[in-house]
Write a protein that binds this ligand. Sequence first.
Ligand SMILES: C[S@@+](CC[C@H](N)C(=O)[O-])C[C@H]1O[C@@H](n2cnc3c(N)ncnc32)[C@H](O)[C@@H]1O
Length: 338
Amino acid sequence: MDVSLVDLALGSWISAAIGVAARLGVADVLEEGPATSAELAKAVGVQPDSITPVMKALVMVGVFAQDEEGRYTNSPLSEQLRTRHPQSMRHMCMLLTGLYAQGCGALLEAVQTGQGALNARFGVGLYEYLEQDPETARIFDRAMQEAARPVAAMVAEHYPFENVRTVIDVGGGNGELLKGILAAHPHLKGICVDREDTCRRAEAALRESGDEDLVERLTFRPADIFEECPGGGDLYILKNVLHDWSSESAVRILSSISAAMRAGDGERTPTLVVMDPVREHDPGAPLRPLIKMVIGEKNTRERSEADIRREAAEAGLQVVSITPLPPDLSAVACTLAP
Ligand SMILES: C[S@@+](CC[C@H](N)C(=O)[O-])C[C@H]1O[C@@H](n2cnc3c(N)ncnc32)[C@H](O)[C@@H]1O
């Protein structure tokens, strides 16, 4: 199908329709079997006449399908809107079509003033905003969890954890990465460091899960990572955190980790692995600079290898290796500079 300029300009309408389907849980309903508009509307509690245009638009782009009787079914794309799908992206779609789309609404102002679009829209940065909107914060946590799941499996399988005892995930959200690593390596303990409200929600969810072994081995530690980070880790991880911040802020975060690494017992040499896109190594995401402009603080730019090496050096660290971690991430291993 040829795509016209107007089709592209209508892209936000499709995005909004995906957001509606994600929020209403349409794919979860269709998991039970095909449904007419009336059946679907009843199941999700909306007007039948109103859900039909949304579903028709989504069928047009391949998100959902229709059977020979015209009933709606899931399609390969809408499968990932199912909550129980192992690679579910339901909450990521809610985040992208909700808060982040609102940020995009202020893109012109961001381009004119140089500030981040979310900041232009709400007058505060992403994380200050989330503190004021617990419902969106919950969606954000779940979206990060969905994005972290495949990386957790890859890291758990390939990283040499034999000589590691304690892994500290800095800005680790609700601990999805650590959960994957700890499940695969029973000798490890994990500490997930994040903002107070994130830790509170994550700890409650972990206790509710009833997983006694993880409750025993995984701790949530609230801290402002610009100011402090717990000591005692053999391995520190900083995944998808730096990409929200300017170079100046990145050096502050790296410095608090390097101070924690330096305060260790001296018995072991701690390592920090930064997992973030590095321009030369992860070139496949042309939208990345735009995403930074919407979500990041002012002056947040794509990092090159030279940038991350300089920021690490300013924080008292040295980069010892850079390994591609598909898709769209590099694992930058750092030790304390001599
Ligand atoms: C983009 S998310 C990445 C989460 C997780 N590392 C992952 O990859 O799924 C960034 C995380 O940094 C945390 N964060 C932001 N500012 C923070 C601060 N000042 N102190 C502690 N954590 C912070 C956020 O709460 C969020 O969980």
